[in-house]
Design a protein around this ligand. Structure first.
Ligand code: HEM
Length: 408
């Protein structure tokens, strides 16, 4: 991919298109939870796989677009030629997962006389394009004379993406090897899910924010990307079901999580000092990190962690993946590839913040519903309708990247 703006803008558009489709699927699930699934539309748990795998495609493609756009300025070299093929493949296979997982999830689908695990195949192909990206990234940064803050953060983000991808690859691998241990399955699931979310996404978005703020001066004094990455790795254990984690492992993970929260708080403070230079949605996304910091402090109490792991799991995931990561990314994409501030953008921003804020609150309150004077069904309905606003915002957002070529 040349780093020309039209090409990058096209991928900003395509990543948002994935968000629209995966978000519509999530919205469909939210209505299913509130009002019941319509018969004949597939099994809830299979559609969750379709939604979550495809959503990861949105964040991955958005980040790759931002990284490839900025990287040549730091390396002083053009991007490797095959980047354009890698980006096309990442888009195609990310989207394919939506249709491959929907009918049977990780199970097999009959096509003619063949029975194929379509979901696992599509996830494997999408994962392959992540490894391809990692290889090209290392080629692009190998031997560069200086490593500015964004590149340092991306280097470690890519290492965490590698570890997380191994976890993702393990899922179909374990199926093929017929390993049925619940502990092993959960371990690899959280190696994938949690290191992707609180590892790769966190560091890579921090890198993209640092690149946006660019002038290195006021960003000095940030905690080292390497320390942050190393402490993040054991925190994935906190995603395990409480009955499968020994006390010793809990304390290792919990204390590491506390250290991560301390470092994230410093990043947050530094970014807050430069808030006027950040896009509105990126500032909004930073609010999601406050939850991560607060949760890390509360989770030191094993009882609170065990309760939260059940009651607040979906809230916490969407705090990190939707409020923080998706808002921050959407803000950065619009700032980098939009055609300047427009009415479309203003509508997108306010609808997005309204919808995400309402869904976030409904999911949070859902964890405490037994103590509240409101029914669980009402909260599910609020979350469902809020999701329509989020998807509408994302649809409006598509217009911001059109046309691909600059108007000037
Ligand atoms: C329009 C915004 C979104 C809506 C309406 C939505 C909806 C949902 C719903 C209904 C579930 C199942 C909840 C349950 O089991 O109780 C879910 C799970 C999940 N979603 Fe989302 N979601 C949204 C955004 C995102 C984003 C942006 C990501 C990732 C980047 C994401 C990743 C996930 C994951 C990983 C799960 C859990 C899968 C599992 O249980 O293994 N979602 N979402």
């Amino acid at each position: 991919m040349s780093t020309n703006i039209a090409s990058s803008r096209k991928y900003a558009f395509l990543s948002l298109l994935i968000l629209v489709l995966a978000g519509s699927t999530g919205s469909f699930l939210r209505f299913g939870l509130a009002y019941g699934m319509p018969p004949g539309w597939g099994a809830f748990h299979n559609i969750i796989h379709a939604h979550s795998h495809t959503m990861f495609g949105w964040t991955v493609l958005a980040l790759m677009t931002l990284i490839w756009r900025r990287l040549p300025a730091y390396t002083g070299r053009p991007l490797p030629k095959s980047v354009s093929w890698q980006m096309a493949a990442t888009f195609t296979f990310s989207l394919l997962q939506l249709f491959a997982f929907w009918p049977n999830g990780y199970g097999v689908t009959r096509i003619g006389s063949a029975e194929l695990p379509l979901g696992a195949i599509s996830a494997g192909l999408a994962g392959f394009t992540w490894f391809w990206f990692m290889g090209l990234y290392w080629r692009a940064v190998r031997g560069i004379s200086s490593t500015p803050t964004p590149v340092r953060l991306w280097n470690w983000a890519v290492i965490l993406l590698f570890i997380s991808s191994l976890g993702a690859m393990a899922e179909p691998g374990l199926m093929m090897m017929q390993i049925d241990s619940d502990f092993v399955k959960q371990l690899f699931l959280h190696l994938f899910l949690d290191i992707f979310t609180t590892g790769w996404l966190l560091l890579a978005i921090f890198g993209a924010i640092a690149a946006h703020l660019e002038d290195g001066k006021s960003l000095a004094g940030l905690p080292s990307a390497r320390m942050l990455a190393i402490f993040i790795i054991p925190t994935c254990l906190l995603g395990m079901p409480p009955d499968q984690l020994s006390t010793g492992l809990f304390w290792i993970a919990s204390l590491a999580n506390l250290a991560v929260a301390g470092m994230v708080a410093i990043y947050l403070y530094r970014f807050f000092l430069r808030r006027r230079d950040l896009p509105l949605l990126t500032r909004f996304g930073l609010l999601g990190l406050l939850v991560q910091i607060g949760a890390a402090a509360l989770m030191v109490a094993p009882g609170v962690w065990a309760w939260g792991a059940g009651a607040l799991r979906i809230f916490y995931l969407h705090d990190m993946l939707l409020l923080w990561s998706s808002s921050a990314l959407l803000g950065l994409l619009m700032a980098e590839f939009g055609h300047g501030k427009s009415a479309w953008q203003t509508w997108t921003e306010w609808l997005w913040m309204g919808g995400v804020g309402a869904m976030w609150l409904a999911l949070l309150l859902g964890g405490f519903v037994q103590w509240l004077p409101v029914s669980g069904l009402t909260l599910l309905a609020v979350a469902a309708w809020a999701s329509v606003i989020i998807v509408s915002a994302a649809i409006l957002g598509l217009k911001i990247f059109l046309p691909f070529a600059s108007r000037a």
